[in-house]
Design a binder for this molecule. Structure first.
Ligand SMILES: Cc1cc2nc3c(=O)[nH]c(=O)nc-3n(C[C@H](O)[C@H](O)[C@H](O)COP(=O)(O)O)c2cc1C
Length: 178
């Protein structure tokens, strides 16, 4: 039976006036997958970061997007390289997700990957990969929206790693909650 009390929306002031933790909690009500963006830095070393802002955008031409924090190493690296791989994580890859938000010099230590035909690092055992060229980077507040044109992709069956309410989860664990 529906719990009417908890189904009532919580009224929060307009975003500009809302305290940031509340806005973060509100955004976090939307469950996402987790992906790792990989590319090469300007010295040719593998670079990666964990994201949850991946979105499929267009079928023809095939395009995807994700958001990158302005002023970050990630932003600088993607702007310079102009290409990247989206690696969609499986449910058993939580540690990898955590590693790719840690110190940059440790992110690829003991991480299995190979180089794509165009030389970009592709992580192993993921659910899907999309090798992309940067189409454009669109300013959006404190982030840029990175639009990518998909050049190559792979995928396989399996359960995803999920991010919901500020924590990692799996699709199984979400079933029947609330
Ligand atoms: C669950 C999760 C999701 C994230 N999603 C994004 C994202 O969509 N875009 C982004 O720029 N950073 C995102 N981050 C933060 C980056 O992973 C983090 O800033 C990373 O350490 C990049 O740091 P760097 O620019 O110093 O390499 C996320 C972090 C976590 C834990």
């Amino acid at each position: 039976m529906l719990n009417v009390q908890s189904a009532l929306p919580v009224n929060i002031p307009a975003p500009s006036a809302a305290p940031k933790p509340e806005l973060r909690r509100a955004f976090g009500r939307f469950a996402t997958g987790i992906a790792i963006i990989t590319t090469l830095d300007d010295q040719g070393r593998p670079y990666g970061l964990t994201i949850n802002s991946f979105v499929s955008v267009s079928m023809e031409p095939p395009m995807i997007s994700w958001n990158v924090i302005r002023g970050s190493t990630a932003h600088q690296t993607i702007s310079r390289t102009g290409r990247f791989v989206v690696n969609v994580l499986a449910k058993n890859q939580r540690e990898l997700a955590q590693k790719m938000t840690g110190p940059i010099e440790h992110r690829f230590v003991s991480v299995p990957y190979h180089s794509s035909t165009s030389g970009l690092p592709v992580l192993h055992d993921t659910l899907a990969t999309f090798e992309c060229d940067v189409h454009s980077m669109i300013a959006a507040g404190d982030h840029d929206i990175v639009l990518g044109t998909v050049q190559q992709f792979t995928h396989r069956d399996g359960r995803p790693l999920v991010y919901w309410q500020g924590a990692y989860a799996t699709a199984m664990a979400c079933d029947g909650d609330h």
